[in-house]
Structure formats: structure tokens, C-alpha cells
Design a protein around this ligand. Structure first.
Ligand code: SF4
Length: 435
């Protein structure tokens, strides 16, 4: 089959969206052209996420819809569902041609060629360093805000999570290859570097016999004069070292906004989740962060309706939300993932109650986010301009130090500049200004 066009569909987490950009770049380097719609592409790549049950269901229903075009298409499933389900995927849907784990997607071009020899291709090995070496050599278009994976995998084994099984143990990329890649990104115009990892603050390597943690890495990156802003995500509370906390006071390029998932406000549920901290520990981390930098704002993830969550546990989550006042958050109803410890736990709470709890939590989070955004109205704030709106070219888009989206009405702004703008109005999601 001829492969001249492709389409990539992403399911799920930020890591997954980032991986999709890399896959697009790999395929463009092979000479394929990105197609706007899935129906007309020769190669369809489903980049999967296994964090929530719905994503896997959605994947199979999407593939099912493509069955009628099967003769004209190659279907590749890459990412965490591919890793977890492995060759079983070929039995579940005969249309699938390629199954590729998240550590091997740099092998995709070769596997496409090898389809001529063998119509079913599979690779689910953990070969992370080879993948990163390959990707660093790729020529990529990058934006003002560029993501770079510094760490993959997880050794924490939270009882609800598949990542330790699908992404393997924690692996940190060598310092030198990261600095090389960041230099390429800044030469192409990147002004903000977002360090990415499943457990990004567990970053741990050595260079010339010296141990390097994420705080050392951030210090090293901030020496690059072209960089204005540095962020890191996603962090685990137990890896918030003193070095890293103190850096939020001393390093002016490190933004005063931290995504630090707490998952629940109940220590009882945190213990069941095997999160390895309780609410007191989490609150102390926040207190230390606020002591070194009173301006810092926090965002979090919440899992609602974890097996055994009582009304009292849920109220503790609401109390924590009121105490910390998270300015952005992601919240979901718990869904059991096959192979995890929590999947076999008794769950007696009805879906109806879980939905009600989620609505209450989300309403409260929304109110707090709106209050926070309103506190910017009538004041000026620094915005890193990222791009001009395609649908509405009168507007430019950028972000504040606290990751708020800002739409600025202006005749001309240059992506990459930091502009101090007056915020005129807002809603819970966005701020608006003119310049
Ligand atoms: S820390 Fe827990 S939730 Fe995060 S990736 Fe590891 S096991 Fe999953």
C-alpha cells in the first residue's frame, strides 16, 4: 500500500499530546504529508492513553468506524493502550496493522516499510534512550512555548494507575542531550521551556561525576539567555525537594505556578491510593512553597469516587480545595484500569453519587478560578505572546506567569515577546485585554 498522507489522533494526557507532535514530525521527516481528516489519510495513527477507561473504549469504536475503508488504509495503534494490550489488539480488531508501545514510536517509519514483508508489525519494548537520541536529531517546528520530555516512567505504583506498567520504570534523560535539544528549540524561537515527565521532579542523572536533580537542571537551563520562562510538569509531592522549593524563590525564570496533583483531600483515601503522603504532608509542602514565594499558585488533579470514598472523605477534599484555592485543576470520576490494585477493590458508591460529588467539586473549582481571574481585572500583567488567533486574527494569544490564557486585541504583536498588558475583563477560563 502507498503511504503518502497520514492522520494522527490523540487520546488523553498532556504527555500523549506531546508524543503526537513528535510522531507527526517523524512521519513528516519520512516524507508523508499530514492530512486534515482521518477518512482521506493513507495511514491513521491512534496515539492512545490508558489512564481512563473511556479512552480505550473510544479507540476501538473509532477503529470500528474505519473498518469500511480498511483496504485503502494502514492503521497503527501506538502509546499506552498498545503497550498494555500488546498482540491482543490484533485479535480485538483485525484492521489494526501496527502496534507500537510509547517507548518505541521512533521505529514507526521502519515498521511502515516492513509491512511489505509482514502485514502485522508489533514492538512494545522499553528502549527509551534510543527513542530520545533519535528524536533529538529530528528537525522540528517549535513554538514560543516548547515542551521537552526530561523523564519518563514511574516507580510509585499508585494503586489506580497503569503508568508504571505501560511506561516502565523511571528513566531520566542525560543532561547533555537535553541541553542540546533546548538549544535547538531556542534557536528556532522558543522562549518558554516546559519540562515534561510522568514524575518530572524525580529527574535524576549525573554529569562529570556530579549528581544532577531537577533543580540543577533548571539552573543550567536558565543560563540560556534566550529563555524567559521555565515550567515543569507533572510533579509528585514526595519529590518536592528543598532544592526545588527554594528555587521558586531564587530563580526568576521559574514561573510561580506549579501543577502538584493531590488527588484527594482525605488521608484515608490517599493511603488506599498508595500516594505515599497524607494531607498534612501535602499542606506542609504548599506552606513551604508559599513561604519562599508568596505569589506561587497551585493546580491539581482530583480523582472522585475512589473505591471506599465516603461523604466525609469527599468533604475533606472540598475543605482542602477551600484551604489551598487551586487556581486550575483537572477532576475526574475514578475508573478502574485492568491490572491495577484498585481494580479489584470493592466499590459500593453509586455512579449517581460520584457524579453529584464531581459536579459539586467542579463548581467550587470553577468559582475559585473565576475569583482568581477577576483579581487581575483592571490591573496589568506580563503576558508571553504565543501566536495570533487563526479564527479571529484581531486577537493574539499568550499566557500569564500563572498559565492563564489571555486574548489580546491588537493590530500587531510579535510572538515571543513579553508584553505588559491591562486586563479589561475575564471569565473563569480566560483573561481579555487590548494593546
Ligand atoms: S505517580 Fe502515581 S499517578 Fe503518577 S504516574 Fe506514577 S503511579 Fe501513576
Amino acid at each position: 500500500m502507498r503511504h503518502s498522507t497520514f492522520f494522527v489522533k490523540s487520546y488523553g494526557c498532556q504527555m500523549n499530546v506531546y508524543d503526537s507532535k513528535k510522531i507527526i514530525s517523524i512521519l513528516e521527516n519520512k516524507g508523508l504529508k499530514k492530512n486534515k481528516d482521518l477518512e482521506n489519510a493513507d495511514l491513521v495513527v491512534f496515539n492512545t492513553c490508558n489512564i481512563r477507561d473511556k479512552a480505550a473504549h473510544k479507540l476501538y469504536s473509532d477503529i470500528g468506524r474505519l473498518n469500511k475503508y480498511k483496504k485503502e488504509k494502514t492503521i497503527a495503534v501506538v502509546g499506552c493502550v498498545a503497550q498494555a494490550e500488546n498482540s491482543e489488539m490484533f485479535n480485538k480488531n483485525k484492521s489494526i496493522d501496527i502496534v507500537l508501545g510509547p517507548q518505541s514510536y521512533h521505529l514507526l517509519p521502519q515498521m511502515i516499510d516492513d509491512l511489505k514483508k509482514n502485514p502485522k508489525q508489533i514492538n512494545t519494548e522499553f528502549i527509551v534512550n534510543e527513542k530520545f537520541d533519535y528524536l533529538t536529531e529530528q528537525k522540528r517546528k517549535q513554538g514560543v512555548s516548547s515542551y521537552i520530555t526530561i523523564q519518563e516512567g514511574c516507580d510509585k505504583f499508585c494503586s489506580f494507575c497503569v503508568v508504571p506498567y505501560t511506561r516502565g520504570p523511571e528513566y531520566s534523560r542525560p543532561l547533555k542531550s537535553l541541553i542540546n535539544e533546548i538549544n535547538i528549540l531556542t534557536d528556532k524561537g522558543a522562549k518558554e521551556i516546559v519540562l515534561l515527565g510522568q514524575n518530572v521532579n524525580a529527574y535524576n542523572t549525573s554529569y562529570n561525576g556530579r549528581k544532577i536533580n531537577i533543580a540543577d537542571l533548571i539552573e543550567e537551563i536558565s543560563n540560556n539567555k534566550k529563555i524567559n520562562r521555565i515550567r515543569y510538569t507533572t510533579s509528585h509531592p514526595t519529590n518536592m525537594s528543598d532544592d526545588l522549593i527554594n528555587l521558586h524563590s531564587t530563580n526568576k525564570k521559574l514561573m510561580p505556578f506549579l501543577h502538584l496533583p493531590v488527588q484527594s483531600g482525605s488521608s484515608n483515601i490517599l493511603r488506599k491510593m498508595n500516594r505515599k503522603y497524607d494531607t498534612d504532608y501535602y499542606l506542609k509542602i504548599i506552606e513551604r512553597l508559599k513561604t519562599v514565594n508568596p505569589k506561587i499558585e497551585i493546580s491539581s488533579d482530583f480523582i472522585i469516587g475512589y473505591p471506599g470514598e465516603t461523604d466525609s472523605d469527599f468533604k475533606k477534599t472540598l475543605n482542602l480545595v477551600d484551604e489551598i484555592k487551586f487556581t486550575q485543576s483537572y477532576s475526574f470520576i475514578y475508573s478502574p484500569r485492568p491490572g491495577t490494585k484498585s481494580a479489584v477493590e470493592k466499590d459500593e458508591t453509586s455512579l449517581q453519587i460520584k457524579k453529584e460529588r464531581l459536579t459539586i467539586l467542579q463548581e467550587r473549582l470553577k468559582e475559585i478560578q473565576f475569583e482568581f481571574n477577576k483579581s487581575f481585572c483592571g490591573k496589568s500583567t506580563d503576558v508571553l505572546i504565543e501566536n495570533q488567533s487563526v479564527s479571529n486574527p484581531e486577537y493574539f494569544f499568550g499566557r500569564t506567569p500563572f498559565m492563564q490564557s489571555v486574548y489580546i486585541k491588537s493590530q500587531k504583536m510579535n510572538p515571543g515577546e513579553v508584553k505588559n498588558v491591562n486586563i479589561s475583563t475575564c471569565n473563569h477560563k480566560n483573561l481579555y485585554a487590548s494593546y
